[in-house]
Design a protein around this ligand. Structure first.
Ligand code: MD3
Ligand code: FE
Length: 210
């Protein structure tokens, strides 16, 4: 379903087996080389979401190779299997083989939400590329809010993202404000996703030199 121009929601895209494999990969990345952490913001706040990065390290508001705001280490390599997963995701959303094959994500941000975590309305504009962002949700359902490119307020559309759902943000929606106002605690299946909470994986093209 197209939620906004270029913003496609594909419910139940990942199989339970794929979700379990992704949880396993994310658990390993969460332990290092750069452990998962609540990102510190330049004005002194900390994000309620915990994040670990692959390929490039995101810190507000730039990408670096080494995590100089955590332990100075280089983040894990972006795996080839994730490039292929990203291409299949773009194909599933847009149905266009050519744009899917061109899509080469080089970073993933893995966000973990406990029941109280939220993400305020923001734009993702630290990438020097307007290639789509691929989002995969695992675990508890959340309310995801997609707004407009002008303001962090209305008009916006709220969508529930559940375990296994794919969301692809491209075209005019790539630079739209968006956020996660709520996580619906206890809605996930502990046999598939994390024991509790919500995992979100976003793949991106940084547009930076390797
Ligand atoms: C809409 N993550 O990591 S993913 C983020 O569920 C982020 O953790 C949310 O926003 C989460 O920056 C939402 C879906 C998403 C990702 C990028 C977007 C939606 C987007 C870029 C533009 C518009
Ligand atoms: Fe975002």
């Amino acid at each position: 379903r197209e939620i906004a121009p270029g913003a496609w929601h594909v419910p139940d895209w990942l199989t339970p087996a794929q979700q379990r494999e992704l949880v396993t990969a994310c658990r390993a990345w969460a332990m290092g080389p750069v452990p998962i952490r609540h990102t510190r913001l330049p004005r002194g706040g900390v994000m309620s979401v915990q994040t670990v990065c692959v390929g490039w390290h995101w810190q507000p508001y730039r990408y670096t190779r080494t995590a100089d705001d955590v332990n100075g280490r280089r983040v894990a390599e972006f795996p080839d299997w994730m490039v292929r997963l990203g291409r299949r995701a773009v194909l599933a959303a847009y149905g266009d083989e050519a744009s899917a094959q061109e899509y080469t994500p080089d970073t993933a941000l893995i966000n973990f939400y406990d029941g109280r975590a939220r993400m305020g309305m923001h734009q993702d504009k630290d990438e020097r590329s307007s290639a789509p962002v691929v989002s995969l949700s695992i675990g508890d359902t959340c309310v995801f809010r997609v707004g407009n490119t002008e303001t962090r307020t209305r008009p916006y559309t709220d969508v529930e993202l559940s375990s296994g759902d794919l969301f692809v943000l491209g075209g005019p929606s790539r630079f739209a404000y968006h956020g996660v106002p709520k996580v619906l605690e206890g809605t996930g299946d502990p046999d598939i996703g994390p024991a509790s909470g919500r995992l979100n994986i976003t793949m991106r093209v940084t547009g930076l030199e390797r």
